[in-house]
Write a protein that binds this ligand. Structure first.
Ligand code: PMP
Length: 338
């Protein structure tokens, strides 16, 4: 297949049967939607591209523009990649928690990085959110993507991920299971699938320590829910506009330990090296297995590739330090941490 640029290779990711890991333990047919096949190795390519192209269409940016985002993860990589192709500048504000490897990934694609103190509260002028706002105000012809609030993040998945899942299951999908961070991947896809068939069950996946599930249950932002957790990209300590709470039928919280053990099992049983939150998503399918029947077709979305986690979940020493593996390498049944 020939492409004019790497941008048109975004999307159309495969659905892969998970028979080897799920087959004997889950009665439904389970497929993984493997977003690491995107050129930036994550689902964020779709959201970044759509937010940028809509801004172009709305006349928000002109040639030579500067794209700005507060991020440390996959979204930054996707924006930097697209900016390189389109000839835009890319400035990313990062917290100083982001290690040298993460910074190198972004600068390799030509992004400029502004490091901000991780300890700063969002309203603090030094925080990475405030710094991004300031840059957007100071730099002419700039566009701050604001992935938590920009609804073109969800729309990206309404127009791509949703139709792909519907078509690739011949309309037979009964359950869609997806991590919630900004909520874009969950909500846009869910909106499309519910329009096609209102009976499709939408299952959100959240982290312990995140406020999303409690907000879905009660409509209340409960700061007492918040504590730190390990799975990157999963859960939030704010309520983003991109989480469509009304479309979610079930919200399942997954702990750091269960997600870590599951993503390692996924690599060894299915030969797929995927990111930490993919383990959380698959763990949610296992958590709901008693309600699944042989007629069900479950699609679980795997957000990113495992190469960015070699120092964490795929590192035995890290796993032992967390208490997720015993000193002999056996999975620890219980841990004092999530
Ligand atoms: N997992 C990973 C690894 C991510 O980078 C993200 C995006 N922040 C998510 C899950 C959640 O996706 P979304 O922001 O679309 O809810």
């Amino acid at each position: 297949m020939r492409h004019e640029s790497v941008i048109s290779t975004i999307g159309n990711t495969p659905l892969v049967s998970l028979d080897r890991i799920c087959g004997s333990r889950i009665s439904a047919k389970v497929y993984g939607k493997v977003e690491s096949f995107n050129p930036g190795q994550s689902a964020k390519d779709r959201a970044a591209l759509y937010m940028i192209e809509q801004a172009e269409k709305k006349g928000r940016i002109q040639p030579g523009a500067t794209l700005i985002e507060a991020t440390s993860g996959n979204t930054g990589f996707s924006i930097a990649m697209i900016a390189a192709v389109k000839g835009y500048k890319c400035v990313l504000t990062l917290t100083d928690k982001a290690g040298p490897e993460k910074r190198a990934l972004l600068t390799a694609l030509g992004a400029e990085i502004v490091l901000c103190p991780a300890a700063a509260e969002p309203e603090d002028p030094a925080s990475y959110y405030s710094q991004a706002e300031r840059l957007a105000a100071d730099i002419p012809n700039s566009f701050y993507l604001r992935q938590n609030w920009n609804l073109d993040n969800s729309n990206a998945h309404y127009y791509s991920t949703g139709p792909e899942i519907w078509n690739d299951t011949d309309g037979k999908v009964t359950h869609y299971v997806c991590c919630a961070g900004t909520g874009g991947t969950l909500s846009g896809t869910a909106r499309y699938l519910k329009e096609k068939n209102p009976n499709v069950t939408i299952v959100g996946v959240d982290a312990y320590g995140s406020v999303l599930k409690k907000y879905w249950q009660t409509g209340i932002f409960d700061a007492d829910e918040i504590f730190s957790w390990k799975v990157e990209g999963l859960g939030k300590t704010i309520i983003p506009d991109n989480v469509a709470f009304d479309l979610i039928d079930e919200f399942i919280k997954v702990g750091d330990r269960a997600a870590a053990l599951r993503v390692r099992e996924l690599a060894r049983r299915e030969g797929m090296l995927l990111g930490y939150s993919s383990g959380a998503a698959l763990e949610a399918v296992f958590a709901m297995r008693k309600q699944l029947t042989p007629d069900d077709v479950v699609v679980v979305l795997f957000p990113d590739h495992g190469s960015r986690y070699l120092g964490k979940v795929f590192n035995d020493e890290w796993m032992k330090e967390q208490g997720y593996l015993r000193p002999n390498g056996e999975p620890a049944a219980y841990s004092v941490r999530h």
